[in-house]
Ligand binder design. Structure first.
Ligand code: SF4
Length: 214
């Protein structure tokens, strides 16, 4: 048990150090000007690329400039405005309801705690952690599709459940790395560890990747 833990710590350290070397300056890929804009952009980003979300929100935030605008939006018009993001009915509904809840319960300010954030319509732990990480600069691990997939390949977790993965990763990754591991793995997943066709030969992580070494 003890030697496993030492081996795991060593391996985690190695992975994090390689990620820092490969991706030293990661920033949030979603464009936003204020807290609720990042919240709604993150809601839109489910099953949609950040690049597409950015295209959508550039027009969306010109048309709807306040929470009041979203809360009073005509739902069919809003659905049409977010249609390119996919799942547009659910996303429009969540954004409109979220705007209303923020005004009613939080004086128009996106809350900080995970409990309050996940009490908002359409906000799960992933979205809540994006807000905690980028708005409040709280150490948080955002487990999106890239983090879940690459963590499994590397052998950092073996679960397919994003919430379980978040808690497992929190146990083994030092807190000061929590917030950047998501951005680093997104970059890695987009450019090297591409789903279904990973470029393992050019990946610096291959020296400690379970998938490559097995
Ligand atoms: S070695 Fe291959 S599978 Fe492992 S992280 Fe790199 S690209 Fe992904």
């Amino acid at each position: 048990m003890k030697s496993n833990s030492i081996k795991t710590n060593k391996k985690v350290k190695e992975i994090l150090s390689i990620l820092d070397e490969m991706y030293p300056d990661e920033v949030c890929f979603l464009e936003y000007g204020c807290d609720w804009q990042l919240l709604f952009a993150t809601i839109l980003s489910a099953q949609c690329t950040d690049a597409r979300v950015n295209i959508i929100t550039r027009d969306l935030y010109k048309k709807y400039q306040s929470l009041e605008d979203f809360a009073s939006a005509d739902i069919e018009e809003l659905e049409n405005d977010v249609r390119p993001a996919g799942y547009y009915r659910a996303k429009a509904k969540h954004i409109k309801e979220c705007a209303g809840e923020l005004l009613k319960r939080f004086d128009g300010v996106v809350p900080k705690s995970i409990e309050e954030l996940t009490s908002l319509p359409g906000v799960g732990r992933k979205t809540a952690n994006v807000i905690r990480c980028h708005i409040y600069h709280e150490d948080s691990i955002v487990v999106d599709t890239h983090v879940k997939r690459i963590s499994r390949l590397l052998g950092l977790t073996d679960t397919d459940d994003p919430v379980k993965a978040e808690f497992e990763l929190m146990k083994i990754i030092p807190k000061d790395h929590w917030s950047r591991i998501n951005l680093q793995m997104i970059d890695h997943g987009r450019n090297i560890c591409i789903s279904g066709r990973p470029k393992c030969e050019m990946c610096k992580l291959k020296v400690c990747c379970n998938n490559y070494l097995s």
